[in-house]
Design a protein around this ligand. Structure first.
Ligand code: GAL
Length: 341
């Protein structure tokens, strides 16, 4: 009897071995998939649309190269913080390994942070920077963006260089003053305030004689900017020489208004972002310049941080971060000189 039991056990061993092997493989298989939840504040924002495409591209590339399946769940927060909070809750319940969040209201990150910490799911914020106090709440919070002061200094330098090379490039009527209008992004966005300040400061530091005619908030939006510019062109038909815009979309909106009103003064415009449409406008000579934020490395870094966290690898081995949590993408001017043709 005992011998029979022993024989039975011995017979079962290969099966157990096989089964436990399968278990490992199954676990391995499980690990070969990561799920990332991404929420953007507004779907039709041109800059973020380009960024989303880069992110998707990067996820596919990683899938191809590593064999790890990447489930990238990208959703639109529709400019509502409460919608975004619910999206985060859903991502967590779906078992996302990491979250990539473009805050609707950057000062309201604490709710998301608390949910993420409770569920032990790391968060990579991007483009809309949470306040420092929030970022310091946990060591699995990151921020990826571009330095707003740097963008603005580059924007101001594009203009100052053009003015130094030829005053009449900006001072269209030759009266010794460059009359400008200013298009600003959302009032509570870190980029709007800092870009405005440093663009103007750079022009002053370089002794470009500027004078502001008027300015307004167009929330990064092409049609809002177009409507504002139309009003300004009607109010100052012979005075506007320069349009300084916090981003490209608003500069393109101003161009729309200039074209719609068939203004024949060669008003100069500058933006920031280097979206494909803006780069094309620079090539055509409609836009004097823009600032490239190296969207490829911006998106790669968002993905890489989330992937490392999801796969339990030390982020610092793959991405160089300031204070262990901040990444600022490299920036460069784009002007007509950037094209060889
Ligand atoms: C800025 C960008 C704008 C807009 C905004 C949204 O950095 O220049 O075009 O995308 O972010 O948060």
């Amino acid at each position: 009897m005992k011998r029979n039991i022993l024989r039975g056990c011995l017979c079962l061993l290969p099966a157990l071995f096989f089964l436990s092997g399968c278990g490992n493989e199954a676990r391995e298989e499980e690990k070969k998939s990561i799920r990332l939840g991404v929420s953007v504040y507004r779907w039709d924002d041109a800059f973020l649309t380009t960024l989303r495409a880069e992110l998707e591209e990067k996820a596919k590339e990683y899938e191809r190269e590593s064999g790890t399946k990447v489930v990238l769940d990208i959703v639109d927060a529709k400019e509502s913080q409460s919608v975004q909070n619910s999206q985060v809750e859903r991502f967590i319940s779906l078992g996302c390994d990491a979250l990539c969040i473009n805050m609707v209201d950057r000062s309201a990150a604490s709710d998301i942070i608390v949910r993420a910490m409770d569920a032990d799911v790391p968060v990579v914020f991007f483009n809309r920077e949470p306040v420092e106090e929030d970022m310091d709440r946990w060591d699995r919070l990151y921020y990826v963006g571009a330095d707003a002061k740097e963008s603005a200094v580059i924007q101001g330098t594009i203009l100052a260089d053009a003015y130094d090379a030829d005053h009449s490039s900006l001072d269209l009527d030759g009266d010794g003053v460059v009359n400008y209008v200013l298009l600003e992004g959302e009032s509570n966005h870190q980029d709007s305030l800092i870009r405005t300040e440093w663009s103007i400061q750079t022009l002053k530091d370089r002794n470009v004689p500027i004078e502001k005619l008027t300015g307004g908030i167009a929330n990064w939006d092409r049609s809002q900017a177009s409507a504002l510019m139309e009003q300004w062109l009607e109010k100052y038909p012979d005075e506007i020489e320069l349009v300084i815009s916090n981003n490209d979309e608003m500069a393109l909106g101003a161009i729309d208004a200039i074209e719609r009103l068939e203004t024949d003064r060669p008003i100069k415009l500058v933006g920031i972002d280097a979206t494909p449409a803006a780069v094309e406008a620079v090539r055509e000579g409609k836009l004097m310049g823009t600032v490239n934020q190296d969207l490829e490395s911006y998106a790669n870094t968002i993905f890489e941080i989330a992937r490392c966290e999801a796969e339990g690898e030390p982020v610092g081995n793959y991405v160089q971060l300031e204070e262990g949590k901040y990444y600022r993408s490299a920036q460069a001017p784009v002007t007509r000189d950037s094209f060889s043709d």
